[in-house]
Design a binder for this molecule. Structure first.
Ligand SMILES: [Zn+2]
Ligand SMILES: [Zn+2]
Length: 358
């Protein structure tokens, strides 16, 4: 359920930041390049399934062979189901041949059709334990978590009206497309998944969700299935974790991006968008974008107390409306990082969190 905005933000640098100017706008867009066919030891079939909300269609990956495996499943709609079934049949397999489903994370555009597949075949479902609640909790429990999450955005200074609009929409999507699974098995960092002739290693890449994982073949220069941790066409975004005790996602997200650089994949199969043929350039661009944003936050904060939302307006005066929430969340994350460095302080008063430079 990664969200996307069409809102363009001024790319004017804040005059006081003195930072390097890059084309900073949300969403961060990448030039599309033609995907290369990378010689993975197994064929990878990509089925791009439609969504009903404004985001690139979701990619699911089917790797046939000794243990036919599906990575992610798509949103639970008739259209997505028909496309998945016909895609798998088009290469001579059937839904009932799927022996394993690996979920890169627990968002409904990636797990939605899992239940429907399980109606046809009793296949193994693997997910990171930190995202288990996203696929097994009752819908009202998840709605309750989303409502608590909404309060965090109000505390950051976003208007109740905007927050209610954003979360009403998310809750509507959740109620419409979410069906809990009865159970699943867990995978985490370092686990190896044997596909029969191909070994995929699990890499924890938290940030987009707490339990986001990527999968890589081999030790380096391999192919990485990144889920929504790295996407093509539009930058992914860290999201606030829905559970109260697991913190928020910005800094883990940055660390996870650096981790991908360390893995040095040759090709990335993302959750959305075309295969990424220049993983290093792609991830470095995202990191540069964040470095620049961090510098702008640092350069814009002064001795006066300010909410993350007001600071966001100071940095990006043209950014308005419901999509500002992503930026406000990231600005809030950098303000917290400045506090950890001892360069800022925060206070919570009157239902609002405010920061100032020290
Ligand atoms: Zn997604
Ligand atoms: Zn997602």
């Amino acid at each position: 359920m990664t969200r996307r905005t069409r809102t363009r933000i001024s790319d004017r640098p804040s005059p006081e930041s003195g930072c390097r100017v890059i084309d900073i706008r949300y969403p961060l867009k990448y030039p599309l390049k033609n995907p290369l066919k990378y010689p993975l030891k197994k064929d990878v079939h990509t089925f791009t399934l439609p969504l009903l909300f404004p985001l690139n269609p979701v990619n699911v990956y089917f790797i046939p062979g000794e243990v036919p495996t599906l990575i992610d499943t798509g949103l639970d709609t008739e259209l997505a189901w028909e496309k998945l079934v016909s895609g798998i049949e088009g290469i001579g397999y059937s839904i009932v041949d799927i022996e394993r489903i690996i979920l890169t994370h627990g968002h409904i555009d990636h797990v939605g059709l899992c239940g429907k597949i399980l109606e046809s075949v009793n296949t193994e479902v693997l997910i990171h334990p930190a995202d288990e609640f996203r696929v097994t909790a009752g819908v009202e429990e998840l709605v309750g978590m989303m409502e608590r999450n909404a309060r965090r955005f109000v505390a950051m200074g976003l208007s109740e009206r905007d927050v209610n609009r954003i979360f009403r929409n998310y809750i509507k999507l959740m109620r419409r497309f979410y069906t809990p699974l009865s159970g699943c098995s867990f995978i985490e960092e370092g686990d190896e998944i044997d596909l029969g002739g191909l070994m995929l290693k699990v890499v924890d890449t938290p940030g987009h969700t707490g339990g986001s994982i990527s999968l890589i073949d081999g030790e380096g220069e391999g192919v990485l299935f990144s889920g929504d941790h790295v996407m093509n066409g539009v930058a992914t975004n860290p999201l606030p974790e829905m559970t109260a005790d697991t913190g928020i996602g910005l800094m883990p997200y940055i660390d996870s991006l650096k981790k991908v650089l360390g893995l040095n994949p040759k090709l990335i199969y993302p959750g959305h968008g075309e295969a990424i043929t220049d993983p290093r350039g792609h991830v470095e661009m995202t990191l540069a974008f964040h470095d620049d944003l961090f510098a702008r936050v640092e350069g814009s904060l002064d001795r006066d107390w300010i909410t993350p939302a007001d600071l966001t307006s100071r940095i990006f005066p043209e950014l308005i409306g419901i999509y500002a929430s992503h930026v406000v969340f990231e600005v809030n994350g950098y303000l917290e990082a400045l506090c950890l460095r001892g360069e800022a302080e925060s206070k919570f008063e009157g239902g609002l969190v405010r920061f100032r430079a020290v």
